[in-house]
Design a protein around this ligand. Sequence first.
Ligand SMILES: C[S@@+](CC[C@H](N)C(=O)[O-])C[C@H]1O[C@@H](n2cnc3c(N)ncnc32)[C@H](O)[C@@H]1O
Length: 286
Amino acid sequence: MSGFSVAWLDLREGPDFAARDKTLATQALQWMSADADAIPLIVDLGSGTGSTLRALTNPDISTPVGAGPARDALSIVGAGPARDLVWRLVDHNPTLLNEALRRHGKTHIIEDYEADLLALDSLPLTGARLVSASALFDLVSRDVVDKLAAKLAAQNSGFYAALNYDGRTEWTPAHPLDAAVLEAFNKDQRRDKGLGLALGPDSGPYLQAAFAKLGYEVQMADSPWTLGPDNRTMVEELINGIAAATGNGYGLNAEALQEWKEFRLQNAATGTCIVGHNDILALPRT
Ligand SMILES: C[S@@+](CC[C@H](N)C(=O)[O-])C[C@H]1O[C@@H](n2cnc3c(N)ncnc32)[C@H](O)[C@@H]1O
């Protein structure tokens, strides 16, 4: 699928970063430096414009995770000598990859790799200390997760997948159609988005089980978006997206859905919206 614009990814980046579980992100960085002999290579799947790289290393964001440039990110978490992270960004959208390079190519060690995640056997996973992703695994099928997990287990790589949608969307003020729209939206989330029948809201628990079965130590943490008046443009995009996704094939009355959409848009500047996600960190047992 090619439906992710730079503008949309930029809109969601702030709420994504705020939502990301900082303890798991910190532990992912600790894993990167726990073996002094390993190259600190992170392969970020579905990288877009480099959101995971920014979250883990952005010097402008002052948190225990992102309080310094790449080299500092490892020393901040106190897990060993400072070393530069090496990033391999993988996406099938060259526009997004080029944007990632434009933003970070001069300040970070980056390899970009244009590939379809469905072609698992040709993905450049070799040597990855950690395979990461954000806002990706709810688009992915069970089959892709199973095959990827087996590959990572065979080479002892860690796995960090942030911001997997978990099926919860809660609005204020409430509207009588909220529950029916959410049910339809969650069905749509399970549609094939180009990576097989999508796991949608099941992605977190499925990833957890898939890696646990292979002997990994797996942690899952909530990472919900908490959107309010400051996120009005993003909320409006979300409302339009949900209305478009649920308009066909899910039995919602078109007029009622239109009324829901108008109500939601009218309240976007003052209401709130919580969208549930989870983060997964799976590490090989040492
Ligand atoms: C929701 S975006 C998340 C992007 C980025 N990780 C972030 O958090 O901003 C999903 C990303 O997965 C990529 N993607 C979707 N399907 C793909 C596929 N079959 N092969 C490779 N990349 C894919 C998209 O191009 C997009 O960059």
